[in-house]
Design a protein around this ligand. Sequence first.
Ligand code: ATP
Length: 234
Amino acid sequence: MLLVEGLHAWYGPIDILQGVDLEVRRGEIVCLVGRNGAGKTTTLRSIMGLVPRTAGRVSVAGQALLGQPAHRRLAAGVGFVPEERRIVPGLTVRDNLRLGLLASPLRRREADRIREMAAIFPRLAERFDQIAVTMSGGEQQMLAIARAMIADPRLILLDEPSEGIMPVLVDEMLALFVRMKRAGTTILLVEQNVELALGIADRAYVMDQGMIVHHAGAAELLADTAIQERYCAV
Ligand code: ATP
């Protein structure tokens, strides 16, 4: 579903990504881990076309995307939940959700899609008319995920969705990712909480200094304390 080959990215003169190779197969949950500053967020942002200078190859379901504008990624069925959430604070939950359909052919079925999101996210459904910024951090994160899901992406990139969220909502969120996977969505997950992420992932890549330094099955990495201590300690 997602193939990244020799991906480089620069912020000004500094080359942050130094040839990232990774692959996410259809229907998998793949986790990208590594300590702060390893380049995980930059990898997701580069896949989304949000880093101005990149090189290498990124393709989604065989369609080459690097160099294409970000809205092309959305049209190709890629959803993105950025670390900083980027919900529109002054708009209601419903209007934030509607924004997720702006670039989507599903826009014509807006009412249906909003109903479907209400069924998946009952906690949000109770708050559709609430101004987004007045919700808790966890609820805002759910909204950011729902806004990406409303366009029915086949691949979703999630950047540290559990950050700053109370444990009960994190559990709810992880259960949701497993349901999304069962429903056919492919997931690339960046997560600081390695144990949580590996608990639901199929495979994992470990990043350090802008490169992939290790990859393994999730259970295998979960048992590999040496690699975790070397690369995943914050
Ligand atoms: P974290 O878990 O802290 O988010 P990360 O693995 O996601 O870490 P990135 O955010 O991708 O790491 O950062 C990788 C490197 O790129 C860091 O050294 C960071 O300082 C640098 N960097 C990130 N964004 C920018 C930017 N907009 N301008 C310049 N340097 C940046």
